[in-house]
Design a binder for this molecule. Structure first.
Ligand code: B12
Length: 251
């Protein structure tokens, strides 16, 4: 079945829950305003099930109610994983066989962004979600530049280290900073490198849409919940496996 309705109490009843904050002190009027917003968003009836003053001037709401919208799963567009998931052993073996040298990864949070937990989750040996980070892989050399790295610094270091891949994290999304910084970064790499020598550009962060890699000028976007094993597998596929395929085809 491709047409679905959300489910709350009974199958297909259309019940959903959403939360938001209104910039007004908590009051009966504020609760009414929350219901009005929910109604305008197509939720009818809408019930305020939680409200809490957030300081003197803001109120947080959780609203529960029914929507009439249908979901057509045949029209959903997502980026499916198009590379095989490998174990660290398989990644190391593929790099050894295919590159005959270490694969070099340079990582950083760029712009004013100081949220390093995400990139560290991917790069640091301690890893994320039970998987070890890329530092654990014997055939991957990781240069983690940390927080608030400028684009010129990143390009210079990538050149110095002869990076195969550059991994950039962007967590702050205020005023689309993550999109603007990523576009600036990809443009700088395109300017600094001949097309066939440019490192693979990978960006990640919790609020990225994985479908906008081309628009951002990068090779791949990873979103929330990404694990180091997925990134190592992607890098192996993109750099090692595709290079081997090109050599075989004589291009
Ligand atoms: C910890 C934290 C901080 C710490 C950061 C410490 C550090 N060393 O990183 C401190 C206290 C410094 C901080 C500061 C600020 N923070 Co803060 N912070 C958070 C918090 C609570 C958790 C973020 C986190 O660590 N997540 C855990 C990691 C593992 O998840 P992740 O980053 O999503 O990473 C995963 C994926 O996204 C992906 N990934 C991420 N990067 C990359 C990169 C690559 C290459 C790949 C492949 C994958 C990948 O893989 C990771 C593992 O799955 C969030 C709220 C939240 N609950 O998310 C706010 C939050 C991110 N912070 C926020 C804000 C506003 C700020 C400040 C501006 C606050 C202020 N007014 O000063 C400052 C900005 C500082 C700066 N210059 O950047 C906002 C951002 C809002 C927005 N939309 O932009 C948030 C969402 C809180 C909020 N709701 O308001 N913050």
């Amino acid at each position: 079945m491709t047409i679905l309705r959300p489910y709350g109490d009974t199958t297909g009843d259309g019940m959903v829950q959403m939360s938001f904050t209104l910039p007004m002190p908590h009051s009966k009027v504020a609760e009414g305003a929350a219901v009005q917003l929910a109604n305008k968003m197509g939720m009818d009836p809408a019930l305020v099930v939680h409200h809490k003053a957030m300081g003197p001037d803001f109120t947080f709401f959780v609203v529960y109610g029914r929507v009439n919208h249908l979901v057509d799963t045949s029209q959903v567009k997502v980026v499916e994983r198009d590379f095989p998931l490998l174990t660290p052993k398989e990644v190391n073996a593929a790099i050894k066989r295919g590159l005959r040298r270490e694969l070099v990864v340079v990582g950083a949070c760029i712009g004013t962004d100081a949220h390093t937990v995400g990139i560290d989750a991917i790069l640091n040996i301690k890893g994320f979600a039970g998987e070890k980070g890329l530092e654990y892989y014997s055939e991957i050399r990781v240069v983690n530049l940390g927080a608030q790295v400028s684009v010129p610094q990143l390009v210079a270091r990538a050149q110095e280290e002869r990076a195969d891949a550059v991994l950039v994290s962007q967590v702050v999304t205020q005023r689309e900073a993550h999109l603007l910084n990523t576009k600036e970064m990809s443009a700088a790499f395109r300017e600094a490198y001949p097309a066939d020598k440019r490192p693979l550009l990978v960006v990640g962060g919790p609020r990225f849409d994985e479908g906008i890699a081309a628009e951002l000028g990068v090779d791949r976007v990873f979103a929330r919940g990404t694990t180091p094993g997925e990134v190592a597998s992607y890098l192996t596929d993109a750099i090692v496996a595709r290079r081997a395929a090109r050599t075989e085809a004589g291009v």
